[in-house]
Design a protein around this ligand. Sequence first.
Ligand code: BG6
Length: 483
Amino acid sequence: MTKSRFPKGFLWGGATAANQVEGAFDQGGKGLSIFDMVTFVPKEERKQIEMDVKSEAELEALLAGEKGDNFPKRRGVDFYHRYKEDIALFAEMGFKTYRMSISWPRIFPNGDELEPNEEGLAFYDRVFDELLKYNIEPLVTISHYEMPLHLVREYNGWEDRRVIEFFVRYSKVLFDRYKEKVKYWLTFNEINVSSLAPYIGSGMLVDRLANQEQSIYQALHHQFVASALAVKACHDSIPDAQIGCMLARMEAYPETCHPDDVLAALEADQRNLFFTDVQVRGQYPTSMLRYFAKNGIEIKKLPGDEELLAAHPVDFLSFSYYMSMVASGNPDKAKDKGNFFSGIKNPYLEASDWGWQIDPKGLQTTLRKMYDRYQVPLFIVENGLGAYDKVESDGSIQDDYRIAYLSAHIDQVGAAIESGVEVLGFTSWGCIDLISASTSEMSKRYGFIYVDQDDYGNGTLERKRKASFHWYKKVIESNGADL
Ligand code: BG6
């Protein structure tokens, strides 16, 4: 067997989010979350991203049950009741870490209460105890698209500065309660999604916004301040903890070597890295300040905000990586929808059934580029292949395509480490099949563990080991040498 390129203590594991696995949306005192309101839309009727509620009227119609009753994120995959069985399977694969999120409305059902919900806190105590029983380190996202719905209705989410206070109260409750159990924290999942999907990212209904772009950046400023305050609170309360930010990383390639395309790629990259520039370097980059000035965007900052951002940068940078994108200097081309986020197809890459362009080498490029820029440890907290799986007549699931995808990506992580990048760990997304964030499908599967459930909630919820389960166990056992 070849020698491992991964450092000793590398954190191998898997990742999920509360809203995509827990279910039990109305049990244990939990309030409604933003994702509890998103219904399943069949593929034929679906546009590319189907997760944002856009207006007050739409939200009221959803609450009144006028848009059907298939809310997949309300049922998840019943992790709430089956966490012991699921964690035992993670332990069998040899997980060193498990990335999960805490459902904010399980702890503060409305979000603006003064006292937390004890039943919610006790649930996560049980989950952490179960993980620690197997020496699995919890890596906890404080906010993963799970804002209490009440904060949307009453405050229009992060548009309102008072939400900072609610978030910081919630974070402090978590740090105080779990200080002995959780040493790795993340503030906001994919903070940049706030600029693409204002409801899921920032809890804002766009029909309430007079100037959408202005509000998006104002809401983000509030999240940056909240994140800095959470970093401070985490360090104060748990001195041996590490807390990071989290970005949906979009590595942008120029479509050609035409200087206009090269500039377009640079600009796409600057827009994507703006978020981590603030959270890692502790200040707004000049390129964004210029963009704001040029576009008449005025961020209202309070005295002391800038000092806070500078004083409390994150300890590490985590990110999701699923695909790369192509940038063109020709504005007409950007309209061609070849990939999930940007428009243009890369002729050198294959894509998943959902059009996500598969680019393992791009992960190495991204790791090296970000490490050059920030010089802080990096953590890949999401990577994986959403695919249709088939249960064979003998009950097995032969997901060789998933093994090929992950093997190629992990190999590139090894190459980045060899080149000098400091990487803390790798948690593959959806280590157990879960509800898709963007499409609410169950049939878009990422897991090493198959869950018997369909898009309409039919199924026994039985868990089965896929071929990739046995493969990933070997990867972890060999510390990434046996891919
Ligand atoms: C990330 C999210 O955007 O990608 C996850 O943090 C999400 O919540 C994952 O599930 C994969 O996306 P999707 O839409 O395939 O579930």
